[in-house]
Design a protein around this ligand. Structure first.
Ligand SMILES: [Zn+2]
Length: 474
């Protein structure tokens, strides 16, 4: 048993964690109260790498603490990359001020968690082992027959949990942070399980030119291999939008957007003499300009970083049949309503605004906004699709924290009449993000990502943009 554990640690250190030391900015934290010999070390560090768990302000993990329903919702929500933006919920006892309000509502929407009726959720109630087994079974799609014992069996049969020394599952025992971390990490990565084994049963093909295989199900985990377009992968299971795959000796997580049952998703658009893309105008909107410098950090102006990025996106789109128009191509001030009028007058097909974020120095990451009108309409749906496509590519390119796709009523995305998004590349006020915003090479990567996101969006809508992917990196 000890030997197995030691071997497993070595395999994990070599296979999963070695690349973290150098390039990855999200290198795993350490906790004062979790030594390398701690029985939950591997699992806790695995979750910490993906920012699924974090420690106390004084650097402890507090493994013996109990887990509340709100904390469980947040951990599962982060693992599945659910929308964690704090917001109003359907529960009287979970206000938008609750740190987990977003995760609670998202998990309830996905039927991973439920309330107690009459608008009560009990966010501060302590979770027991049986409830945890049900949550994990629902979150990871295990068939468990709806009962506590079924959920316990679902976890035990997979080597995620073991029974207590008396042979029972201990469903009524309070769950500790240590146990929850161990179970969650094992559910995510089968290599952490007791006697790890998993069935690879379905075949899919890589549809992206280059696809990262990661050690965990988010862009915060390091790349451990790369696949190329057309490569066949065997799939085991899904974690949120990520799939655990194997291809030869390569094994790990890939984003589900870039694998499909066929290499080339057939285009429903019939080929014609003139490209159907030629009639589509894409408006790129670099934020701020002139007297409005936007956010400032480390001597860098937002207006400068986003203009250069936008010009690079334009240079890429100019090599395609698309018609590309910029709201500004130099350092001038333009009112927000004038940017909106510009796009509406052109009858633009899509609108992409580029910005950089600002907050405290610790805030980091990439986020993309769209405007969700009260009534669901085509533009809302398409805006969200476009935002998701660009966000995924930006996160892939810059490897910053994935802050997700969010709703907001910014004028340029609210008053424009076409699918419209606003991308916040990173935080100009954060040292790491700022370094990327400042660097022409990293701006090129952001421009490539926005361009690829736009292609992904059109591809998703059935347009044949296959050849246009090659413009990047030429
Ligand atoms: Zn801005």
């Amino acid at each position: 048993m000890k030997k197995t554990k030691l071997l497993l640690s070595i395999v994990l250190m070599l296979g999963l964690w070695l690349p973290l030391g150098s390039a990855n900015v999200h290198a795993a934290t350490t906790f004062k109260d979790i030594s390398v010999n701690h029985r939950g070390y591997n699992e806790i560090m695995y979750l910490a790498t993906g920012s699924i768990v974090s420690g106390s302000l004084d650097g402890r993990f507090l493994p013996s603490n109990v887990v509340t329903r709100a904390q469980a919702a947040a951990m599962i929500g982060r693992a599945l990359e659910l929308n964690g933006e704090q917001r109003k919920t359907e529960f009287k006892d979970v206000g938008s001020g609750n740190f987990a309000s977003g995760y609670i509502q998202s998990a309830v929407d996905k039927k991973i968690l439920s309330g107690y009726g009459a608008g009560i959720f009990r966010p501060d109630a302590v979770v027991n082992r049986g409830e945890m087994a049900v949550m994990i079974s629902k979150a990871f799609g295990y068939e468990f027959g709806g009962s506590l014992s079924g959920a316990a069996n679902a976890l035990m049969s997979r080597g995620i949990a073991q029974g207590m020394s008396n042979g029972s599952f201990g469903a009524d025992y309070q769950l500790t942070r240590l146990d929850f971390s161990i179970f969650l990490a094992r559910a995510i990565n089968y290599k952490l399980r007791v006697n790890p084994s998993v069935l690879f049963q379905n075949e899919l093909f890589v549809t992206a030119n280059s696809l990262n295989v990661r050690s965990g199900p988010s862009a915060q985990y390091s790349n451990i291999a790369t696949l190329v377009k057309g490569e066949s992968v065997q799939t085991a299971y899904k974690v949120g939008n990520w799939i655990y795959i194997k291809s030869g000796s390569k094994e790990g997580f890939v984003h589900s957007s870039y694998v499909s049952t066929s290499v080339n998703t057939p285009s429903p658009t019939p080929p014609s003499q003139e490209s159907p893309l030629a009639s589509k105008t894409i408006v790129i909107d670099p934020g701020h300009g002139g007297k409005d410098s936007g956010a400032v950090g480390f001597g860098l102006y937002e207006k400068t970083a986003v203009l250069d990025t936008a010009l690079k996106v334009r240079d890429l789109l100019k090599q395609t049949p698309f018609d590309v128009q910029l709201t500004r191509d130099k350092d001038v001030f333009i009112e927000l309503p004038d940017r909106v009028a510009f796009a509406n007058k052109l009858n633009a097909d899509i609108f992409v605004s580029i910005h950089a974020n600002a907050a405290t120095s610790s805030a980091t990451g990439t986020e993309t906004y769209y405007y969700s009108a009260a009534a669901t309409n085509t533009r809302t749906t398409e805006s969200k699709k476009l935002a998701s496509a660009i966000q995924a590519r930006l996160v892939e390119a810059w490897n910053l924290r994935d802050r997700g796709v969010k709703n907001a009523g910014y004028i340029v995305i609210k008053q424009t009449e076409m699918p419209a998004v606003l991308a916040e590349l990173g935080f100009i006020t954060n040292a790491d993000d700022n370094a990327k915003l400042k660097s022409p090479a990293w701006r090129q990567k952001a421009a490539d990502a926005i361009y690829l996101g736009i292609l992904d969006y059109y591809k998703g809508n059935g347009y044949d943009v296959t050849k246009l992917y090659n413009i990047v990196n030429k």
